[in-house]
Design a protein around this ligand. Structure first.
Ligand SMILES: Cc1cc2nc3c(=O)[nH]c(=O)nc-3n(C[C@H](O)[C@H](O)[C@H](O)COP(=O)(O)O)c2cc1C
Length: 364
């Protein structure tokens, strides 16, 4: 029987356990969206995860839903990330970077005065979009999203190239791989969902057309860094950012079939609605499992006991924990001995400094 603490061979990367740190946006970057030494400390504290998937990281200055999220499109950002990767590797850990384009989710105030760019001009639900900025007094607060503009075909090509360059930059910075963020109502998810993709060209309409953007991003990133170093995170059922997919099971299956062919490092199933108390994992699994034979990561309000059961049953190869890792830097050690677990405090989830970030205690 496979156990959570059995090692896992992630395409040649020898993970000491199957406990993954889920990507968590924490908004601690400095000027120019460069990761600061405090982020190297934060990730080093969590390096006992089998794999860390670092927070959503913008691939271009044209993407921002959370001010102070880091980027991976400038040399200074590459150098900042190098310090993070080095810190994690010094502890024997492994780290992927989540490549993020927020698409229509944004506000001109944090996009250099420009409108957010999405597949279409779907702007009837701006109050449902999660956009945050840092106020002059340092407080982090929700901002009103501003209307998105539809990407031109040239902008779509430019964005695909940004994903590939972001991946190359992440590897150059020393990270072990990248995760394409195709979940939670961000750009690739916006292309997948007919609720947010109303294009009449070959990127919209049929399932094949709605899959095209993700397919081209995956192919561009794989061509740049190799399939072994690429994972994809999806959450077609998620209500977050009002993605409004009318048939999320069909989308999940189509994505699983698409990704089956590339030999990727993994597919990451995020049950985002479980966070709000209404899990979709059975439907997600039913729509994925018959069509995808590669490594699977599961996430979304999964307890350590359930994680063990999932791994033992072969349902998932690895399980990702979000909030538990936010609050417990040494989560694997705590799971191994059955607790105790720190609860996440309300302070410092997004923005700020040490408080609620690097000050959660490890076991004595
Ligand atoms: C503070 C915070 C930041 C998050 N940032 C991201 C992110 O950058 N990318 C992403 O895909 N999910 C993000 N999520 C979602 C988590 O990865 C995860 O799916 C969610 O917390 C549910 O898992 P859990 O129940 O183990 O916490 C975030 C969640 C939290 C609480």
């Amino acid at each position: 029987m496979t156990a959570l603490f059995d090692p896992f061979d992630l395409k040649g990367l020898n993970l000491p356990n199957r406990i993954v740190m889920a990507p968590l946006t924490r908004c601690r970057a400095g000027a120019g969206d460069v990761p600061l030494p405090i982020s190297a400390t934060y990730y080093r504290q969590r390096a006992s995860a089998g794999l860390i998937i670092a927070e959503g990281t913008n691939i271009t200055a044209k993407s921002c839903a959370f001010e102070k999220a880091p980027g991976i499109y400038s040399e200074a950002q590459v150098e900042g990330w190098r310090q993070v990767a080095d810190a994690v590797h010094a502890e024997g850990g492994h780290i992927f970077m989540q490549l993020w384009h927020c698409g229509r989710v944004g506000a001109d105030a944090i996009l250099n005065g420009e409108p957010p760019l999405g597949p279409s001009e779907v702007n009837d639900d701006l109050d449902a979009l999660q956009v945050y900025g840092q106020m002059a007094n340092g407080r982090y607060a929700r901002l009103a999203a501003t209307p998105a503009r539809a990407m031109t075909l040239a902008e779509i090509q430019e964005t695909i190239a940004d994903y590939a360059q972001g991946a190359a930059n992440a590897i150059r910075a020393g990270l072990d791989g990248v995760e394409i963020h195709a979940a939670n109502g961000y750009l690739p998810h916006q292309f997948l969902s007919p609720g947010t993709n109303q294009r009449s060209d070959h990127y919209g309409g049929s399932m094949e057309n709605r899959l095209r953007f993700l397919r081209e991003v995956v192919e561009a990133v794989v061509a740049k860094v190799g399939a072994n170093r690429v994972g994809v995170r999806i959450s077609p059922f998620a209500g977050y950012n009002n993605s409004r997919d009318t048939d999320p099971a069909a989308t999940t299956t189509a994505v699983a079939k698409l990704l089956e062919g590339y030999g990727l490092a993994y597919l990451h199933l995020a049950d985002t609605n479980a966070w709000a108390g209404s899990p979709d994992m059975p439907q997600l699994l039913a729509a994925t499992k018959p069509h995808f034979s590669g490594s699977l990561i599961g996430n979304g309000a999964i307890t350590p006991e359930a994680a063990q059961d999932y791994v033992a049953a072969g349902t998932f190869d690895m399980v990702a924990f979000g909030r538990p890792f936010l609050a417990n830097p040494d989560l694997p050690a705590r799971i191994r001995q059955g607790g105790p677990f720190n609860d996440p405090r309300a302070v410092g989830w997004y923005g700020g400094s040490e408080e609620g970030y690097t000050d959660y205690p490890a076991l004595g």
